[in-house]
Every structure is written in C-alpha cells, then in structure tokens.
Design a protein around this ligand. Structure first.
Ligand code: C5P
Length: 408
C-alpha cells in the first residue's frame, strides 16, 4: 500500500526510552510512501543516535536551531513550511509542557511554534511513566493542547521500561502508522454510528462439527476500518475469523447466524448506517445435538435436516428505521454470474437502498476485489482495487448518499 504517498512528515523525537520505537515508525512511514524529516531534541539523542535516524530516513537529521547548514539559518521556518504534518513520537511529559507554553528554546519547540496552524497539523504520541501520565499537570496540559488543535494519539498500557505497569507507553509503530493514515482520510462520517457484519457464520451440527463457508472477513474488516478512518463510531459484528480488529473499532464476536442477528438487533437501535458484508449461512441444522454424533457401524450417514436462517440484511432494511433510512442499509452480493441483474434483483428483494455486487466466491480470501454499486439511480462500476481502497471509496459513496437524509 502507499497510503502516505506524497506526504511529507516531520518526525520529532523527544527524550524517552520509546525512541527505540521511533526508528521502526520512521521505516513504516517511508514504506507507506511518505518522506520523513527527523528532528531530535538533545534529550532524544541520549536514547538513540541521529546516525540511526539519518540512515533510516535518508536525510540529514537536525537538532539545533543554530545549525549553520541551513543557508538562511532558519531551519524552524524551512522545515515547518514543507511539512504535511509534524508528528512527535515519542512526546515526553516535559515536551508536552513546553508545547503548551509555546516554548521555543530548541529547534523542535521553535518549529512547532512557528508552524502555520491552518496547514501543518501537530500530532503527538505521548510516552512516559504511568505516574507522570496520570499526573494532573500532564492531564491538564493534554486538555489544553487538544483545545489548541493538537491531535493526541493516546497511549498504550502495559509493562513499562521502569518496571511498573500501567498507562503511558508509546503506541506501537504499526498502531501509530494506522493513526497517521487515518488522520489524513477525509472525515465524511463524523457523527455517524456504522454497524458492519463480517466473515462467515458457523452453524453447529454437534459440539465438534458444523457448517460454515470460506469468507475471510477481509472486505467487512476493510469497511469497518474505512468507516472509522472517516470519523464514524464503528461496531463490527464478526463471525469466526482470525483477523485483527481495526484500530478504534468496537468488535462483537459471534458464531451462528442467530447470534449475529441478535448482536445486530441490539446495536441497530442506535446505528445510522448498516453494512452487511457477512456471508451468513443460508441454513442451519434443525437440531444441533449436545453430544458428538457417532458412527453407528451401519454404514449409513446421519439424516440431517436444515432450517433457513433469518435474513439479517432484509430484517434491518425492512424495519421501520431501515425503511425511513434512519438506518441506511447496504448489502453485498457475491454472484458467480450475471452480476448486474442479480445485484439489482437482490436490492429489491432485500429492500436495501444500496447493493454492492462482487464476483464471488472468487473474491473470498483475496486482498483485492471488484465492486459494482447498484442503487435506485443506477449502476456504478468501481473497478478493481485492494479491498481497503475499495472500502474507502464505498464509504465516500455511502457518505454522499446519506447527506440529504442528515440535512433534513
Ligand atoms: O441472499 P444473499 O446471501 O446472497 O445476500 C447477501 C447479502 O445479504 C449480504 O449483504 C449478506 O451479508 C446479507 N445476508 C444477511 N443474512 C442472511 C443472508 C444474507 O444479512 N441470512
């Protein structure tokens, strides 16, 4: 992926043991296509050398506002004017206090103060001992920094270098990378609550066997991530899959279609958008036994009978909130042929305003997909791309369709 292509990030390091993670973060930013200019405080240089950061970023690392290498001797102006964002990771408690007061006695502080407020956002990833983090002074500083327009990425929890356990660790490089990528996505769904189903369901035959399908959940997880990146509160109801929960997404794990229906019904009361990507099993065994079915030696297989599962999408789309589009419902259709005709028919049968067709089951487990949008106005071919790229485009399409609803 190249989610940060064209972005120039000034990566500021301040004093803290988490500086070792900044090396990995620098690489991760570059891998996503960003260019990275590292600026370090004197305290940061106690933890990691400029040589390491220079080798990784492939650029001169700056530390002093008196550095004579800048021809105009105005590094704080030059570096801040070319940045798409300044990311301070790790940001020490001391540096937060200095930022708060607009201190400008070293290059990093000077540059943060001199940055154009409207065009160069300041993002910080705090890192400190749990007592320092919980201290009223730090909490007070943080509240004021947020009020001043700073984005604070929060902290992790767990074992700390000092031997104590609690809040205050710097987030992991991958988490910070996801947060930076999300920061740059357009916030088209702020204020929305998006409910997503994903993955297969598992319908038990007995305690050790069941029927399921090959859905990987990747499309649904990509939708949940894209909705979150767009600023929505997101609940992901996931069947049995082994995928990591996207950052900031609330997850409810379920097994069967009936479990999934129940979880969806609970969350649908407050959701404003419902996206059904799950490959829900059409049928379940009529009578799951609570003991393992044994071979009886007769050579004949057990006689299983099935009942149809409820259609979760249709139930939501045809509910009062679904019909008024207070809950805007989006379905997926995986078809092996006649994609357009089948998707159109499915849209009408389910009662969902928007149906997304894809050629399945070829898409199961793959990282890319090709989507066709069908709504009351017609058809839109979204082409082939990675599931995450398509998910972001689809979120933009959904956001445009609910705009008139929310204007009323
Ligand atoms: O009818 P079909 O299974 O092809 O419909 C696919 C769409 O309906 C998907 O959006 C899927 O998540 C949803 N669905 C559902 N509950 C079912 C069956 C399908 O929500 N029982």
């Amino acid at each position: 992926m190249n989610d940060l292509a064209g972005k120039h990030i000034v990566l500021g390091l301040t004093g803290g043991i988490a500086c070792y993670k900044a090396a990995e973060l620098c690489r991760a930013l570059l891998k996503e296509g960003a260019t990275v200019q590292v600026v370090m405080t004197a305290a940061a240089e106690q933890f990691i050398t400029p040589v390491t950061m220079q080798a990784l970023s492939q650029r001169t690392v700056y530390g002093s506002q008196w550095d004579p290498r800048a021809p105009n001797n105005m590094l704080h102006i030059n570096l801040s004017r070319e940045a798409d964002a300044i990311l301070i990771a790790p940001c020490s408690a001391d540096f937060m206090a200095r930022l708060l007061h607009g201190r400008a006695d070293d290059l990093l502080g000077l540059m943060c103060l001199a940055r154009p407020l409207d065009t160069v956002p300041l993002l910080i990833a705090p890192a400190m001992n749990r007592e320092m983090w919980a201290h009223p002074a730090t909490q007070r500083n943080m509240a004021q920094l947020i009020a001043d327009g700073t984005t604070i990425f929060g902290v992790g929890s767990g074992d700390q270098a000092c031997g104590e356990t609690g809040d205050g660790r710097m987030l992991e490089p991958q988490e910070l990378l996801d947060d930076v990528i999300a920061f740059f996505q357009p916030k088209t769904l702020t204020g929305q609550h998006v409910l997503v189903t994903a993955g297969p369901t598992y319908e038990a035959i007995d305690p050790v066997r069941g029927i399921t399908n090959l859905s990987s959940g990747k499309m649904g997880f990509a939708m949940a991530r894209a909705a979150r990146e767009a600023g929505a509160e997101v609940t992901l109801v996931a069947g049995p899959v082994s995928l990591a929960t996207p950052r900031g997404v609330g997850r409810v794990d379920v097994r069967s279609a009936l479990d999934m229906l129940q979880a969806v019904q609970e969350k649908a009361a407050t959701a404003t958008v419902f996206i059904a990507t799950a490959a829900v099993a059409d049928w379940r065994p009529a009578h799951a036994t609570d003991h393992k079915i044994k071979k009886d030696g007769s050579g004949s297989a057990p006689n299983l009978s099935f009942v149809e599962n409820p259609d979760i999408l249709a139930a939501m789309a045809q509910s009062p909130r679904g019909q008024s589009q207070a809950l805007y419902c989006v379905g997926f259709a995986a078809e092996s042929h006649d994609l357009l005709a089948n998707a159109q028919a499915k849209r009408l049968r389910k009662g969902a305003p928007l149906l997304v067709g894809n050629i399945g089951p070829a898409t199961f487990g793959q990282d890319d997909n090709a989507l066709l949008l069908v709504d009351a106005l017609g058809v839109k071919d979204m082409g082939r791309a990675s599931k995450l790229v398509l998910a972001r485009k689809l979120i933009a399409e959904i956001a445009a369709r609910i705009k008139p609803r929310d204007k009323k």
